[in-house]
Design a protein around this ligand. Sequence first.
Ligand code: PEP
Length: 316
Amino acid sequence: MAVASTSLACPQYSGLRRSCCPKLDTCSLSISTTQSFFQNVHSHLRLSSSPHKACRAVVTMAGSGKFFVGGNWKCSGTKESISKLVTDLNSAKLESDVDVVVAPPFIYIDQVKNSLTDRIEISAQNCWIGKGGAFTGEISGEQLKDIGCKWVILGHSERRHIIGEDDEFIGKKAAYALGQGLGVIACIGELLQEREEGKTFDVCFKQLKAFAESVPSWDNVVIAYEPVWAIGTGKVATPQQAQEVHLAVRDWLSKNVSAEVASKTRVIYGGSVNGSNCADLATQEDIDGFLVGGASLKGPEFATIVNSVTSKKVAA
Ligand code: PEP
């Protein structure tokens, strides 16, 4: 039986300029705790025994969740350009074992919902913290459900650092959205300066903690690790840089939530992912998919990114 290789014991975290491990939860795990975590993780792996995959096996996936690719269209597009993008997406051939989601601007959600194939689900890019009412300019979770959204992106770095949303506010939004039956794409990630100061884990864990303190359950949460320095800059994290944070996120979940949540929760990477770099990133065992900005505005390229799930597979 093919099994994902794992190398947790005490990762070097080489790209993060952290010279020693003691502050990191991961490294304070005893070997036996670590082993039992991975035994648990392995027990959830999707392997070649799956009846749906006659001759292929997923061998590089530490988590047990399905590959997930989201397209964040941000504040881009017109009725015309979105119509073309939808046409391209409708005709794209997408691997079946991937959850695919796109997040149009609010005002185009209805247009997209009415023209996009059901194969692709729709996300909003934000929502109000609670029930709708006298909150000018806001959109509530109830309204997103009403219009056919399945997901909402929360905690995106552009909302944290440009609009000024803080951890607590974002956590409350996540809890309310989940309560309305929306899935949450929960974004975390460090600024360049924070990475250079060796604070990557501190920042990501603090952001994770705020989600953990608010959400009633992780069942409908996908975590998007998006280093801010990589978003929209063309400077993608290396597969190793992304993998080491994803692994640390999974360890944090194991230690602070549960081993089951650590295994089941998808941890996707975002930040300058494109059709050329997605395959290498996807080979990393703790990368369960992508959140894609710029490259999601090109249908064929987005399809290539969705289909990078094949990098996780080998012939059995
Ligand atoms: C994003 O906005 O979530 C994102 C990852 O953007 P880009 O792919 O353009 O870096």
